[in-house]
Design a protein. Structure first.
Lengths: 145, 105
């Protein structure tokens, strides 16, 4: 059976582009959009924020309309204090401002979790990092038929 | 019509939580979770994964049946949360959420 195809929202893309537009965060990062990324580069400039989508759970089947996307947000220093400020700012932005209509879709709610101090000991000395996860509920702008 | 009052039979709940059948079921859930963590980890810490038996514990003042799925791999935090040079594989969180559990942090 054919019919309209319901493609869910690319939540990772939506949140990343939205964070690029948030002045409180971008001021902390010298207005450098290359410091809010989904992939760190070989010559990555720090401090920076990286977003990763862990899971994307549909709220129901047919149509695939609303999804709950689990994101991990890593804030790397710089110093530990810079990493904390970045993570805290991102979490406040997501919790207080993300819900609403965006060009890529509609965010109906956000649950943020606690921040964790997990330095990246792949580096010597360990690179400061604070991280948290957030569940973002989103659906496409046009309602499913 | 107002809702009828009822009193929870806590003794009955406690007895159910101590039952062998429930503990066996919880062990099955632990095995399933372990299997999914193994599958998600793509061999990263395959040899150092395990689970405990079912045990009764009091959590936030309530009796519970608990099975711990664990790893003692030294680099587990890097597999789970990633590093600046590697993205988080999150094998444990993906496994738990794929089974419908809400991961609390």
């Amino acid at each position: 059976m054919s019919g309209p195809l319901h493609v869910p929202v690319n939540v990772l893309g939506l949140v990343t582009l939205w964070l690029h537009e948030q002045p409180e965060l971008m001021t902390l990062l010298d207005n450098d959009r290359d410091r809010v990324v989904t992939e760190t580069r070989k010559n990555q400039t720090y401090p920076c924020v990286r977003l990763t989508q862990i899971t994307d759970t549909p709220a129901g089947q047919r149509p695939l309309h609303l999804v709950a996307a689990e994101l991990q947000i890593d804030a790397f220093g710089g110093t530990k204090a810079q990493a904390w400020t970045l993570a805290g700012t991102c979490r406040a932005l997501l919790a207080e401002r993300l819900t609403g209509t965006h060009p890529q879709g509609v965010v109906t709610g956000v649950d943020t979790a606690g921040m964790a101090d997990i330095p990246d000991d792949y580096f010597t000395p360990a690179k400061p990092r604070w991280l948290f996860t957030a569940t973002v509920y989103a659906h496409p702008a046009a309602p499913a038929a | 019509m107002s809702n009828p009052d009822f009193e929870l039979n806590q003794a009955g709940v406690d007895e159910f939580l101590r039952s062998t059948g429930l503990r066996l079921e919880m062990v099955k859930v632990g095995d399933k979770l372990l299997q999914r963590v193994r599958r998600n980890s793509h061999g990263l810490f395959r040899a150092k994964l395990g689970r405990t038996g079912a045990k009764n514990e009091t959590i936030d003042g309530k009796q519970s049946v608990v099975v711990d799925v664990y790893t003692d791999d030294w680099f587990a935090h890097l597999y789970e949360f990633g590093s600046a040079t590697n993205k988080p594989y999150a094998p444990m969180r993906r496994a738990a959420e794929s089974m419908g559990f809400k991961v609390e942090r």
